[in-house]
Design a protein around this ligand. Sequence first.
Ligand code: CMP
Length: 576
Amino acid sequence: MPHEVELIATIAIGFALAFTFGFIAIRLGLPPLVGYLIAGVSIGPSTPGFVADSGMAGQLAEIGVILLMFGVGLHFSIADLMAVRRIAIPGAIGQIVIATAIGAGMAALWGWSLGAGLVLGLCLSVASTVVLLKALEERNAVETPNGRIAIGWLIVEDLAMVLTLVLLPAFAEAFGGRASDDAPGHGLLTILGITLAKVAAFMAILLLIGPRVLPWMLTQVARTGSRELFTLCVLAVALGIAFGSAKLFGVSFALGAFFAGMVLHESDLSHKAAENSLPLQDAFAVLFFVSVGMLFDPSIILREPFMVAAVLLLILVGKSLVALGIVLVLGYPLSTALTVSASLGQIGEFSFILAGLGITYGLMEKEGLNLILAGALLSITLNPLMFAGVDRLIRRVRANPRLKKEFEDSRNTRFARLKEDLDSTRRQAEEKAAAHKTFTPEELVDRFPLFKGLMPEQREVLVLHFEPRTAQPGERIIRAGDRADAVYFISEGQVEVSVGGRRIKLGPGDFFGEMALISGLPRSADVTALDYSKFATLSRRDFRQFLSRYPDIRDQIAALAGQRREMNRNLANESA
Ligand code: CMP
């Protein structure tokens, strides 16, 4: 194939086949993931017929992983991570250690070296966040406490794997591999220190500067009213931070993107950012599964059936039992233990990267990667079945009065506390959002018929410009003769305009403060709150911009301001 169209060919064929096989899979009652994986196998080098460029597919898949992790970050706050830390940190670390030990032991039985065994064990010990998220999304469980625990657990695993990836080259020689060229002459402790410092620097910079800069930037872009610029900004932030963090700090693409999302989570616009990046996220995540399929050589199942079976057993049963045990020992309920075990009963992206690195440094044979790929493909395929089994088990436990009492979530104090923590972070986030928001674009039109002519997009942008303000009864909001800074749209309560000895009441749906902004003169009247009142205000700059963008509305407002001026002039004449 000519070199210039390889990217297009990979995307086109990847999408087309993933769609076809995904559709067939759903029709057969299988999860679509299985279809995507088979699509990959069918265009991989191990099967006859067309062979797609696996390097290219791998890079496209990486974009999928970045966007997906960015999406997780957008829905996940630091407070969430803190709420689940008591179970996620000991759980993830304990599980990695035990599963790695089992894997290494199994490899020792096959006569592999210690280094190869450790790499295999580590690869099998870490589950795929991509697969987990798809599974949770499918069962609508991303927002549930058990879903949050599973995600937090995998984030800790991912962090541990990032460290492993960085440290592996340094340890390679000690375990019988090739020496690392990156850090000649440095001791292990130095490398460990440098790595930790890099990750810490990355997190500090992003978490300290990010929350100030990123949401501000997003708001500025939203104010331009251009949807494509907004989407572009979201993608630039996600991919830019992922790439930059990998280049500068040696943090993985995926982790960088996760933190970028987490920083934006604090922004009011995060839901819109998530919405805009979702279609791309979905499309590229599909390519992730296709590229896994492409790497797979199905003949290994016939060549080494027992090894494949052993690896699969460790992933599906061994790891799950370890996780189940850890969760129960930590004192959490059975439903949590089962959900976490099902979540972890697969392997994915990090395992391939780690295995690849193990081969590069001469720790593991190429066959090891094939084995890991077989384990990944089969476990990803079987994972939905595990979730279904867990669901059935939980239902059965709940149906049994004796067991139900024993395992009821609400009786478990640790779980109750964790749930409370999660609920309270959620409440705080909602309160914060509510304090920032004046109202929704729909309410805007309900309350102010003036804005009826605006397109939904334009309403959304207008709502963004509004600053909420409140006033107590008797409070002077505008003083005649002052310099004008904003216009007020009344959403609740009542105010009184006093001009020329007359008092005019204004209520919800009315606006005031426009005259001085239009004329450039000082305020023409006093305005006082009669009730506890709420306003949406537009600053002088935003108001001017708004008027110039929507001439129809400008004419209406200007007409009313003209009437008021006329009325005031008459009043002044009368009193004179
Ligand atoms: P501004 O002059 O900026 O500040 C005082 C506001 O009171 C003024 O804008 C109008 O919005 C409002 N106002 C002034 N005169 C009248 C009127 N006759 N009827 C209703 N509102 C008025």
